[in-house]
Design a protein. Structure first.
Length: 571
């Protein structure tokens, strides 16, 4: 199998033009091309009037050696890599008869789903503990906040089956290093669960909330069919630890009901909003560190403005779809400002998990056909920015970031005057430093609603002054990259505070907590992922580490040949 990269064709090329282009690129006769598949399709929109598609093609030819010899040193023609997923091992038939404690997975977001799925596929029969509800009941509770202003603290955008990624754009790309092609495993499992096959080759695949709901259900069913168990409404309120040398050894967990579960291996796949669990773990002595994150607002524009700015006369092309963007600005006060979680054709959603606090996030469906585009415009902050002890140096309490988030989320609730209404301001007024009193041509999509105000009112600022200053400087700079970005009627909605976890539960090379044996911090809440794909990949790697430990394999064993009849492979 050979791989061609950077094969360029016009945006409007006919469907049957790809095979002749591959034949010409390889310099072979058509009969010598046995088959080909599109591995990746991207686009180059730098010239808006002449957008081109860029293909990566895997192809089978009659004589690979001859083709490679005829094109020596070609940087865009190489043997295709093997993307087959291989399990580290599989439980022997008598494994469960040995009466070993089953592995626990705490949390059933993207990381927990893939950790549980891999453990189940290895025959290790995991038990999943999820504090929230199953995805369809959770969806009803989430709509209860959006439509009626009624919050369920354990069943919302943050908590429940599928995690925060369920109520998002369903973005399935990541910038993580992936030498083992684990993202391919994630995508293939999604396709098996009902995702469109195009996610395997489009450059920026996405699914959307409605499709994610049914996919999550199918993945849950597979875990159960392979011997796993999913328990909803089961919050872990304590961990059972005992001394082991200079460290601690995990022996199980305690649930809110008082039930104790024995376990020697626990995957801690918390989301970034599991604040009560973070506090409990810190009190029990689990080592964690404060880490940087970002805060800001959601910004909304008409999607057509973004489409025209990005694609020019090709705006509306079905292959290109709704346009996205990625923006960065280095402000004069030393702060980095950037767009975050951009949702083309989407909505701004209420994402709080705690009473009397307002948090925003973005979401879109697979169709991306809502009238507005939205994105977070956020500013990076460091632990020194949010430390509570007033010291100039030394370690920062890892829980201080949560306290910082809570303060500004409560301020947003006050500015919205209750009912989970969010404070908002027109971009034109924000730049002029004046209060907004009415909406313009852009209708904000956030529910339960937006109250227009002054997000930078002295004494009642919606975010720290240095954040407001940096965003005020960045918006005109972004307008120079995307015409209309700083349009007067664009709407800022506050606040976006949960861009990533405010702490990291530090782990070693074997994916265990650095001071608690048997505890495997994983995913976004533990500080090791940021999005569906990276969380899924982290769940796979942590599950492999648990599998090696439970099966008695060396910690550094590479992925081995799959064994056992129930082992499933993905390409």
């Amino acid at each position: 199998m050979l791989r061609i990269t950077e094969l360029r064709l016009p945006l409007d090329h006919p469907e049957d033009a790809l095979r002749p282009a591959v034949v010409r690129r390889l310099g072979i006769a058509d009969a010598d091309l046995a088959s080909f598949t599109v591995f990746r399709r991207a686009y180059d929109a730098r010239r808006k009037s002449a957008i081109v598609l860029i293909y990566t093609i895997d192809c089978e030819v009659r004589d690979e050696a001859a083709v490679l010899a005829a094109l020596p040193g070609d940087p865009h023609l190489k043997p295709a890599p093997d993307t087959t997923y291989r399990f580290v091992g599989h439980a022997p038939a008598d494994f469960q008869a040995q009466q070993r404690p089953r592995p626990l997975v705490v949390g059933f977001g993207p990381c927990g789903i893939f950790a549980a799925l891999l453990l189940a596929q290895m025959g290790l029969r995991p038990i999943v503990l999820e504090r929230g509800k199953e995805v369809r009941q959770r969806t009803q509770d989430t709509w209860g906040l959006w439509r009626r202003g009624v919050l369920n603290p354990d069943s919302n955008v943050q908590f429940g089956e599928g995690g925060a990624g369920t109520f998002s754009d369903g973005k399935l790309w990541s910038q993580i290093s992936d030498p083992r092609h684990l993202t391919r495993k994630v995508l293939t499992e999604f396709v098996k669960a009902g995702a469109p096959e195009e996610i395997l080759f489009v450059s920026k695949p996405h699914i959307g909330t409605f499709r994610l709901v049914s996919m999550v259900e199918k993945m849950r069913a597979e875990i159960v069919a392979l011997g796993g168990e999913i328990r909803f409404g089961q919050q872990v309120t304590d961990v059972l630890l005992e001394p082991e040398g200079e460290a601690l050894r995990l022996r199980g967990v305690t649930l809110a009901s008082g039930e104790q579960l024995r376990a020697d291996h626990v995957v801690l796949a918390l989301g970034h909003s599991a604040r009560d669990t973070f506090a409990m773990l810190h009190e029990r002595g689990v080592f964690m560190e404060a880490k940087p994150f970002s805060v800001g607002f959601r910004i909304e524009h008409p999607q057509g403005v973004i489409d025209r700015a990005r694609f020019g006369p090709n705006a509306g092309n079905t292959i290109l779809g709704a346009a996205d963007y990625k923006l960065v600005h280095h402000a004069g006060n030393g702060r980095g400002v950037y767009s975050f979680c951009m949702c083309p054709g989407g909505t701004v959603v209420a994402a709080t998990s705690e009473p009397e606090r307002v948090v925003t996030n973005g979401m879109s469906q697979y169709s991306r056909n809502e009238r507005n585009a939205n994105a977070g415009i956020v500013v990076g902050i460091s632990p020194q920015d949010y430390r509570q002890d007033g010291r100039a140096e030394g370690p920062v309490n890892p829980l201080d970031g949560m306290r910082f988030q809570r303060f500004w989320e409560s301020r947003a609730y006050e500015l919205g005057e209750g009912g989970y209404v969010a404070p908002g301001q027109l971009v034109g007024d924000f730049l002029k430093g004046q209060r907004s009193t009415a909406l313009g041509g852009v209708l904000p999509s956030y529910k339960p609603g937006v109250r227009m105000t002054d997000l930078a009112q002295p004494g009642r600022e919606s975010l720290p002054t240095y954040v407001l200053e940096a965003i005020r400087e960045a918006l005109p700079a972004f307008n120079r990259q995307i015409a209309g970005f700083a349009m007067r009627d664009a709407v800022l909605t506050g606040v976006e505070t949960r861009t990533s976890s405010p702490l990291r539960i530090t782990r070693n090379r074997q994916y265990e907590s650095v001071n608690v044996r048997g505890l495997y911090p994983a995913g976004e809440g533990a500080g090791y992922a940021g999005g569906i794909m990276s969380a899924g990949v982290d769940g796979i790697e942590v599950a492999e580490a648990v599998g090696r430990s439970m099966l008695g394999l060396p910690a550094d064993t590479p992925a081995a040949r799959a064994v056992g009849p129930s082992v499933m492979q993905a390409t």
